[in-house]
Design a protein around this ligand. Structure first.
Ligand code: CMC
Length: 444
């Protein structure tokens, strides 16, 4: 089949079309070309099978748009990330995580009054049902906190029956606020449970990031002062992870939601998808890799292993499906890592030094240069989180916490589309063709 794009005759509703021609039969079909605000145009192939009798095959969705969205735009070649038109650099520099959350959820930056009301609603939804405390006790103390999060977030649908009707806009809004508000409480509880300390109740006089740090690192026995530099770094990390277009976990949330599952169940599915080391689990894997490398002198050996196709080892925190340039989130975090370590008086942190050296060597190596493999967001986030006192196993939990607003905003956008349709990919079947059933005593 060959293809060709042209502008349709004036007056045609579909301004541009894309023509597919069957090289064997000479038959051709035109499909509408749909353009977004920015970014490459897309070919609307929804009628492809009906018209041509062919499906498309794109197992990892490398060239397939699964939806229309107004939330986030990424230009991977230029290293650009925007939420609702605002650059990630502007947002991390001038905004706050809750303001960005409002922006993602509602579409525009809030007025002062709207932001105050939103912050109040989030603040007053941070406590979890008392029964959830007992729920935690069913887990082993050494359970990975992501395993706990998958279970506990999914279980929220068993507690908040009054916000499960996905067709009621008010219930959708309440569940969005509940998820955003309760995720830090649950994440902090997962951490406290793993170290055997009592759960800390949220404090309404603290902001989102401060309250989270307090719930993680405070203890009932004494007052806890939140370090403002740490709170700001935490807030930046949350902003940088808030949304990222149709990545694996977001697509998982959308697919789960397309079956009309409730929002808590959908977000639990996103958490499960995020856990993998090729996605959100990479921040934990980066620190494990740096520990394994151990010393600058060992870097060349690990670089060679990363290049060896017979070795499953990959340089964690490097490469991205969309970014073929420096990940803009990694740029911001690189500076933030220095700020936090400086504030903690660790200007010569060996892990950061090792990371910088690894980055330098990889960025000069033709293997990484040719494949456009740059450091991604996970390369630096783990270093900051470690400096703030989080164990490696909590890194992905923090990613999940921050990404919850992206997931729920994407879910809400999808539910509010005029015609919600269940997601149902097709396949290229390569198994046996039809064959007769052979009774067991006649099988060879
Ligand atoms: N180390 C060594 N080689 C790599 C790496 C890496 N980290 N990433 C990609 N490559 C090579 C890969 O082997 C392939 O080489 P070749 O063309 O010779 O076969 C080429 O680069 C293209 O890679 P790919 O696997 O086709 O790329 P992808 O878009 O399918 O995968 C990725 C993207 C992020 C899964 C991958 O780069 C990777 O595994 N990186 C390490 C894990 C990581 O840091 N993940 C976090 C991603 S950012 C945050 C998030 O999404 O949660």
């Amino acid at each position: 089949m060959t293809a060709d794009t042209k502008t349709a005759p004036a007056g045609d509703a579909a301004e541009k079309t894309f023509t597919f021609t069957n090289d064997q039969t000479g038959e051709s079909w035109q499909f509408p070309v749909v353009e977004g605000t920015v970014g490459p145009p897309t070919i609307d192939i929804r009628q492809l099978y009906q018209q041509t009798g062919h499906f498309t095959l794109d197992p990892a969705f490398t060239a397939t748009g699964s939806c229309k969205s107004r939330l986030t735009f990424i230009d991977g070649d230029e290293g650009i990330l925007m939420h609702r038109g605002y650059s990630i650099e502007d947002l991390t520099d001038k905004s706050s995580f809750l303001e960005v959350s409002y922006l993602l959820l509602y579409g525009d930056l809030p007025s002062k009054k709207q932001l105050d009301e939103f912050i109040r609603s989030i603040t007053y939804h941070t406590m979890v049902h008392e029964q959830i405390h007992y729920f935690f006790r069913g887990f082993r103390r050494d359970a990975h906190p992501m395993a706990i999060m998958c279970g506990v977030v999914g279980a929220l649908s068993a507690f908040y029956h009054d916000s499960l009707d996905i067709w009621d806009p008010q219930q959708r809004e309440i569940s969005a606020h509940r998820l955003l508000a309760k995720m830090p409480t649950l994440a902090a509880m997962a951490y406290k449970y793993s170290i055997g300390q009592p759960f800390m109740f949220p404090r309404n006089d603290l902001d989102y990031a401060e309250n989270f740090l307090y719930m993680c690192f405070g203890v009932p026995a004494e007052p806890f002062e939140v370090n403002p530099v740490h709170a700001r770094a935490m807030d930046k990390i949350f902003i940088l992870h808030a949304d990222h277009e149709q990545n694996a976990s977001t697509s998982t949330v959308r697919l789960a939601g397309s079956s009309q599952a409730n929002p808590f169940a959908c977000i639990a599915s996103g958490i499960a998808s995020l856990w993998g080391p090729a996605h959100g689990g990479a921040n934990q894997a980066v620190l494990e890799m740096l520990a394994e490398i151990g010393h600058k002198d060992n870097i060349p050996e690990f670089i060679e292993r990363a290049k060896d196709k017979d070795d499953p080892f990959r340089l964690m925190g490097f490469g991205h499906r969309v970014y073929k340039n420096y990940d803009p989130r990694a740029q911001v975090l690189r500076e933030s890592a220095h700020e936090v370590l400086h504030d903690l008086g660790i200007d010569n942190d060996p892990t950061l030094e090792l990371a910088m050296e690894l980055e330098k060597i990889a960025l000069e190596d033709p293997y990484f240069v040719d494949r456009k493999l740059f450091p991604n967001v996970d390369f630096y986030s783990g270093i900051i989180l470690k400096a703030l006192g989080f164990p490696d196993t909590m890194f992905t939990v923090l990613f999940a916490m921050a990404r919850t607003i992206g997931w729920i905003s994407q879910w809400k956008e999808m539910i509010e589309e005029p015609a919600l349709k269940i997601g149902r990919p097709r396949q290229l079947y390569t198994g046996p063709a039809a064959r007769p059933y052979v009774p067991i005593d006649e099988r060879k």
